[in-house]
Design a protein around this ligand. Structure first.
Ligand code: HMG
Ligand code: MG
Length: 300
């Protein structure tokens, strides 16, 4: 099986993982968790989002968290921004880079960011240009690529149009969101083969929620198509408040375990990552979805 050797894992737990949780994790504890993640060898951590706290109260302390973490050399600290106000806050927090986001479907886009798809483009265009002018790289997300909780199936042509438009605005990478964890491996293969006709695999990342337990299988299809960048969430935390039923992202430790076992390189220390997962689990009064946390021992 031909798959890339070096895999870039982008940790989204502190943002995607926490945004859907009812329990507010205190600023100090968020910072301690992110510092543990930094020490695990991860090279990219999405630490928070600069959205409206009325909509995402779990991340109301975004500025304090972003300013309070210990920055480790070689780690990119990123944040999600929906608009100009979000970008200004991210610049004030001195984030290394920012991520913009939108959906492939009108209904999810409207519920998530209160705009139609056409209204979203000029807002993101301005954010991307201003971020680049301020010396920041911009990553893009497109949600509901593989299915929408409101509109069902999503035509691939629509995803291609959005991808082309966001790349022409200046993003360096597009993360394809399986927001409700509905993709199956055959569909994943079809979508990737279509997108990879015009985009290099190095420009695409996969952001897979594990709602139906299919994220590892879909990841493997991504790898076999040459994709080498994946988002994951420590402990398997995660979900979108505007996509009913959406649960956690693929758990970072489950994914790293699989990559290690297959001989891929990530430069992430599995045991240190597991320590960060145990820490965040201890703060919630529930077990997190990660298989490795359940096993508690490597290979056990
Ligand atoms: P809006 O109400 O349309 O914004 O919300 P507005 O521009 O009309 O402004 C209304 C008020 O919000 C104003 O304040 C603004 O200043 C303020 P007021 O004058 O009323 O006092 N405001 C802000 N405050 C703080 N930060 C900002 C900001 N912008 C405006 N950035 C908005 C639009 C996008 C802000 C809102 O809908 C929002 O915050 N939505 C949250 C969306 C979100 O975080 N969703 C989850 C993340 S996306 C996701 O999870 C999917 C992903 O993981 C991929 C996948 O899984 O598929 C990425
Ligand atoms: Mg997500």
């Amino acid at each position: 099986m031909k798959i890339p050797h070096f895999i870039h894992v982008k940790e989204v737990g502190p943002r995607d993982g926490l945004q859907n949780e009812k329990q507010f994790i205190s600023t100090d504890k968020k910072i301690e968790w992110i510092n543990l993640l930094s020490s695990s060898g991860l090279s990219y951590i999405e630490v928070t989002s600069f959205v409206h706290q009325k909509w995402i109260p779990a991340l109301a302390d975004a500025m304090e968290v972003a300013k309070g973490i210990k920055r480790k050399e070689g780690v990119t600290y990123a944040a999600l921004v929906p608009n100009r106000i979000g970008l200004e806050r991210a610049l004030e927090a001195d984030m290394d880079e920012v991520s913009i986001f939108m959906s492939a479907t009108e209904t999810h886009n409207l519920k998530n960011i209160n705009k139609s798809i056409d209204e979203t483009f000029p807002i993101l265009d301005e954010v991307i240009k201003d971020a680049i002018a301020s010396g920041k790289k911009v990553r893009g997300y497109v949600s509901t690529v593989f299915g929408c909780p409101y509109e069902g199936a999503v035509p691939i042509e629509r995803v291609k149009r959005i991808a082309d438009r966001l790349f022409s605005m200046g993003i360096y990478e597009l993360s394809l969101g399986d927001t409700i964890g509905i993709a199956n491996p055959v569909q994943m293969n079809q979508v990737l083969m279509e997108l990879l006709k015009s985009l290099p695999p190095t420009s695409i990342a996969l952001h897979l929620h594990d709602t139906r337990g299919m994220s590892l299988a879909n990841t493997l299809v991504g790898l076999s198509n040459g994709i080498s960048t994946f988002d994951s969430s420590c402990g398997g935390l995660g979900g979108c408040p505007y996509a009913k039923g959406a649960s956690g992202n693929i758990a970072s430790e489950d994914f790293i375990y699989m990559l290690d076992a297959m001989g891929c390189e990530t430069e992430i220390d599995f045991e240190k990552l597991l320590r960060a997962s145990r820490y965040i689990q201890s703060l919630f009064s529930k077990s997190l979805p990660s298989h490795q946390l359940g096993l508690n021992v490597k290979g056990g």
